[in-house]
Design a protein around this ligand. Structure first.
Ligand SMILES: Cc1cc2nc3c(=O)[nH]c(=O)nc-3n(C[C@H](O)[C@H](O)[C@H](O)COP(=O)(O)O)c2cc1C
Length: 148
């Protein structure tokens, strides 16, 4: 089974917690999974067999957290060959912001513009909802992995 590399963007740790839960779930279900807290394009291109799971929050006004910006910049500036690579998206935002979930959509768009193939619909987590983001992630993952 291919490895799943979880590419994390987080300012205050929520997306990191979600990524850790996702890793635990994936490993309990027979996958090898790694959490990458400082993702860059080379982490994708050097590991061509990895399935990618982007797990990022939004900050500023629809901006990506600083730790995942190198990946986004690399995608949009260097146009790496990632055509056909499979990926999923967990997008953590807050619907009280006018720029709700925009940064997660931007990196999803950047991946698909380069020909990567998103598996399933993104999981959009709204901090405003009061729901537990880790629980929602554990509910979403079975359908995501079944589509891999
Ligand atoms: C300063 C600040 C700016 C934010 N800006 C946005 C935003 O533009 N769009 C959005 O959907 N959520 C925004 N959020 C909400 C966060 O994305 C959300 O709370 C998320 O769960 C935080 O995850 P993290 O702890 O991994 O950074 C913002 C939160 C903070 C504190």
């Amino acid at each position: 089974m291919p490895r799943i590399q979880i590419l994390v963007g987080s300012e205050m740790g929520t997306a990191e917690m979600v990524a850790a839960s996702a890793k635990d779930y994936l490993e309990a279900n027979g996958y090898e999974a790694v959490v990458n807290p400082l993702p860059e394009v080379a982490d994708i291109t050097d590991n061509p067999d990895d399935i990618l799971l982007i797990c990022t929050s939004n900050t500023g006004a629809g901006d990506l957290p600083g730790n995942i910006q190198p990946l986004f910049l690399g995608l949009t500036r260097d146009f790496p060959n990632i055509a056909g690579r499979r990926y999923g998206v967990i997008n953590l935002g807050d619907s009280s912001y006018a720029t709700f979930a925009e940064a997660g959509r931007a990196i999803d768009h950047a991946m698909s513009e380069l020909g990567a193939t998103r598996i399933g619909e993104p999981l959009v987590l709204d901090a405003c909802s009061g729901d537990d983001p880790e629980q929602l992630t554990l509910q979403w993952l079975p359908q995501w992995t079944s589509a891999l």
